[in-house]
Design a protein around this ligand. Structure first.
Ligand code: HEM
Length: 486
């Protein structure tokens, strides 16, 4: 009995010593691994440098947080914000290497509240072959000529109907008005839903759902996250009904003609790969809702900021109006309707859109997590660390754009237009996850600007851009409109 007691004491002692040695080795390994991590300051325990980051977000120069650290530590540095130790890259080459990775080294990393709200199989979170396949199916559909022809008509009619209601109104809040248009278009693109009860329900519940994207990750009843998850349940129920109806119709009648929306694409996609098996209805419905996230906030912001920058730049507005008036005159003499290529072929209008996207930085960068140690341009990014590829730092860098805070659409004439191969211009991200809505976004902004400047003149009230937590206008951009007589 006595022997047994001594035995257990000895065993306990050995286990404790073993555990201490293991911890020490782990700590040493961690220090060794992190010794090549870019320079920087991790700030205070827990909060890191979050306060400095957020306070810069509320100024007119949110990039000053990055600029200050860039001048101290170089283009790639470490910090600690929003609860995460982080490596920030303001270097276009490093950003490119991170974005081009095919999921073998970097995976998307979102704050916990976002991860809770996205499903496990959301395109925004998924990785590997399934993400590649779904991404290319959706991108192919959104790029197809058939889709663009159809959606051009839908966008036109939505824009014209909304603008017509401005005639008898004195003050227009651009940000609110534009949201009506862009949500209608999103409803069409994803599920061919027309304005009415269902769309109204979808918009209301979706707005409730996304309020929880940046919040404390606590799921208790009454909390923001809980309310958002409830809204998602309602959305899922409604979208599932539509997907089920469409699936039934497809089973009965077969696939006729080209896919008309993303539900069609996802239903058909899997049949090709797996003979007669459809993707599960839950998977399709969840992804339809999650695909609204990148489209819902970004589009109205892009259009609103284009109007803001043009209001502040009368010379650019004049040139844009002349170019669009000319197109309107040409079309008036022809029997043919406007096509998507008519809208996208106006060079100055496209330069205004590029300049708006450069300065707006609606998505100011993307977060990824390294799943193994990797070295890029001499910077070590250890396994488990998050990387923020800061697009805003590249877009507002004097080295890349002369006088970067000046709205100058003419600069794009010298750059030679915006292409996806330009590492200094990444409003739509790049590589594996390059935004599939890129061309649709340009089309929608072009159509809106065309009908706005050919129908109305306007005077904008003073308003300012807010950059945190998301980009928007403080007073929703109020303008007084004056109809143009042509
Ligand atoms: C001006 C408007 C827009 C901007 C600035 C924008 C920007 C972006 C960016 C930066 C990404 C990359 C995210 C990452 O790498 O993690 C992205 C992805 C995505 N965008 Fe957009 N977007 C816009 C409009 C749209 C629209 C209208 C749609 C849908 C119809 C859309 C659908 C998507 C989807 C589905 C992804 C995820 C792709 C993937 O992870 O495979 N976006 N967007």
């Amino acid at each position: 009995m006595v022997w047994a007691k001594e035995y257990w004491v000895l065993m306990g002692f050995i286990v404790i010593i073993g555990w201490l040695l293991w911890c020490r080795r782990k700590q040493k390994n961690k220090m060794k691994r992190n010794s090549g991590v870019p320079k920087g300051n991790l700030g205070w325990p827990f909060i890191g440098e979050t306060l400095a980051f957020i306070s810069c977000g509320y100024t007119s120069q949110p990039v000053s947080f990055m600029d200050k650290r860039k001048s101290l530590y170089g283009k790639v540095f470490k910090t600690h914000i929003l609860g995460t130790p982080l490596i920030v890259s303001t270097d276009p080459d490093v950003n490119k290497a991170v974005l081009q990775d095919h999921g073998s080294t970097f995976v998307p990393a979102y704050p916990k509240s976002i991860r809770e709200l996205l499903g496990d199989f959301s395109i925004l979170q998924m990785n590997g072959n399934l993400q590649k396949k779904i991404h290319s199916q959706i991108a192919g559909f959104l790029r197809s000529a058939q889709f663009k022809t159809r959606i051009t008509k839908d966008i036109e009619s939505s824009v014209k109907l909304t603008l017509a209601t401005w005639k008898d109104r004195h003050l227009i809040y651009v940000q609110e008005e534009v949201k009506k248009i862009t949500f209608q278009v999103l409803g069409k693109v994803l599920m061919s839903i027309d304005p009415g009860e269902d769309l109204h329900f979808l918009k209301r519940e979706f707005e409730e759902f996304i309020k929880g994207l940046i919040c404390l990750p606590i799921k208790l009843p009454g909390t923001r996250l809980h309310k958002s998850l409830k809204a998602k349940e309602k959305l899922l129920k409604m979208v599932k009904r539509v997907v089920e109806e469409r699936k039934l119709a497809m089973e009965k009648a077969g696939e006729k003609g080209a896919a008309k929306d993303v539900i069609d694409v996802l239903l058909r996609d899997n049949k090709e790969a797996n003979e007669k098996q459809y993707l599960p209805v839950d998977f399709i419905s969840g992804n339809i809702i999650e695909m609204m996230i990148p489209g819902e906030e970004t589009m109205p912001t892009a259009i609103t900021l284009a109007v803001k920058f043009l209001s502040d730049s009368p010379v650019a507005l004049k040139q844009l109006t002349e170019e669009n008036m000319e197109l309107k005159r040409q079309k008036a003499d022809s029997v043919q309707d406007f096509t998507w290529s008519d809208y996208l072929s106006l060079p100055f209008t496209q330069n205004v859109i590029s300049e708006t996207l450069r300065m707006a930085n609606i998505i100011n960068g993307v977060w990824r997590k390294a799943i193994k140690d990797v070295e890029i341009k001499g910077h070590l990014i250890p396994e488990g660390w998050c990387v923020l590829t800061s697009f805003i730092s590249v877009h507002m860098d004097e080295q890349n754009y002369h006088n970067p805070y000046h709205f100058d659409p003419w600069r794009w004439e010298k750059i030679g237009g915006a292409t996806v191969n330009n590492n200094n211009f990444t409003p739509f991200g790049g590589g594996q996850r390059l935004c599939p809505g890129l061309e649709l976004s340009r089309l929608e902004i072009s159509i809106f600007l065309h009908h706005l400047v050919t129908s109305y003149g306007w005077v904008a009230e003073n308003d300012e851009i807010i950059h945190f937590p998301t980009v928007k206008m403080k007073k929703k951009l109020p303008i007084t409109v004056i109809p143009i007589r042509t």
